[in-house]
Ligand binder design. Structure first.
Ligand SMILES: Cc1ncc(COP(=O)(O)O)c(C=O)c1O
Length: 396
């Protein structure tokens, strides 16, 4: 097949997004500022989250959520060694903030039908030490959030939703990222919208919002609701330079905010095109007799209106995935693993003694037989779909 290229990611930036960035450059006000504030407010309003703060990545959003949980200013803070449950199919920086915050991750297997956390395994793994669950909404799909919220409430757990791959997905008409105490979003270039690098953290109460705001910017008191009160309690200091908390610098810039905001305004349009492209691609692949017998597609869970950005696929066990991927990549179809496969297989897990005496059968299957292909945001032509089907046929 000549001149065929089906990328994982198309360049996501349209001229109008870049123009918004240029406006900020021309204003010479490049750091965090009014554009970030505007984007945060709009984001909260659209997804119906109480508080949203823009950060420089989805990873930073996860780090801030975990760091907020152990912060001394939090009335109900977690203690070193408290357990946080996390699916074994996760991203590196879904996991590491748990360890970096002195907490203990406990892995839970996934469900093969949805690729999301397995609620039966989750229930089995809850112990007296469990204080929080960090779930990962994989590639636009999610678990039965009603059942998950029952579990969370019954065991009085904190819920963090890693929504970095699922901006725009709704469960029973409610956006993912608005169920838990905290949620993270990523605007990296491969996701539903992009600001280059960037992300958002959402939370539900004022206490967490204020802690995260100060952690995001050096632990500064600047911009906090009780900034004046803090200043009057610290008269020996310059009121403009009071470091009220520990901190990082995880702020984004107004350049990124302007580009991300411009994209976010068209989120529904992107979802519409991707949904319709996905339907067309799946229909063609499933209608092919050779292909339909050899692969399994992941469908949206019940009550889920998914915002996909890729098409996850599981190959039958008798197919050699490496050979298949080599062939299809050579034809021009880019592929990648589903998140990072079973994260327990990564060398960093061994180095940090995080191996667990438990089996992760479904994550292992994804690790060995899963991969995903891209899903464009502009209407896909029948010609491209035909070539894509041909590439699968030839490689299987
Ligand atoms: C599930 C998940 N969480 C977190 C992240 C981190 O996001 P970022 O790349 O913006 O740091 C990613 C990145 O792809 C991800 O897939």
């Amino acid at each position: 097949m000549k001149n065929f290229f089906y990328p994982l990611i198309e360049n996501p930036y349209r001229n109008k997004d870049i123009q918004e960035g240029i406006k900020i450059l021309k204003s010479k006000r490049l750091t965090i500022g009014p554009k970030t504030d505007e984007f945060q407010r709009y984001f909260s309003k659209k997804i119906k989250s109480k508080f949203s703060l823009m950060v420089n990545s989805g990873s930073s959003a996860n780090l801030l959520a975990l760091q907020c949980l152990i912060n001394p200013y939090r009335k109900k803070k977690l203690k070193p060694g408290d357990e946080v449950l996390i699916p074994s199919l996760c991203w590196s920086t879904s996991l590491w903030p748990i360890i970096q915050s002195g907490l203990k991750p406990k892995f839970v297997d996934i469900n093969l039908e949805t690729l999301n956390i397995n609620l039966n395994d989750l229930k089995k793994k809850i112990s007296k030490k469990t204080k929080a669950i960090l779930i990962v909404h994989v590639l636009g799909n999610c678990v039965d959030m009603t059942e998950l919220m029952h579990i969370v409430k019954r065991h009085k757990l904190i819920l963090i939703e890693d929504t970095c791959e699922s901006l725009g997905t709704k469960f029973k008409n409610k956006y993912l990222g608005t169920f838990g105490d905290f949620s993270s979003f990523s605007f990296y270039s491969s996701h539903q919208i992009s600001s280059g690098e960037g992300g958002m953290i959402c939370c539900k109460n004022n206490e967490d919002h204020e802690i995260i705001k100060s952690l995001r910017a050096h632990g500064w008191s600047r911009g906090l609701k009780n900034e004046r009160k803090i200043a009057s309690a610290n008269k020996h200091l310059d009121s403009r330079f009071i470091f009220y908390n520990s901190g990082f610098n995880l702020r984004s810039t107004d350049i990124a905010a302007s580009i991300g905001f411009s994209q976010f305004k068209d989120l529904d349009k992107f979802i519409k095109y991707r949904t319709s492209n996905r339907i067309k691609i799946l229909r063609s692949l499933k209608n092919n007799k050779k292909i339909q017998k050899k692969i399994t597609f992941i469908e949206a869970n019940n009550h889920v209106k998914a915002s996909w950005f890729g098409i996850p696929i599981i190959l039958n066990k008798n197919i050699n995935r490496n050979k298949f991927l080599k062939k299809i990549e050579r034809i021009g179809v880019e592929t990648r693993p589903i998140i990072s496969g079973n994260f327990l297989k990564q060398p960093s897990i061994k180095k940090y003694n995080l191996l667990q005496n438990s089996r992760f059968i479904n994550s292992d299957i994804v690790n060995k037989h899963g991969f995903f292909i891209g899903l464009p945001t502009s209407p896909i032509s029948d010609k491209i779909i035909k070539k894509l089907v041909g590439a699968f046929e030839e490689s299987l």
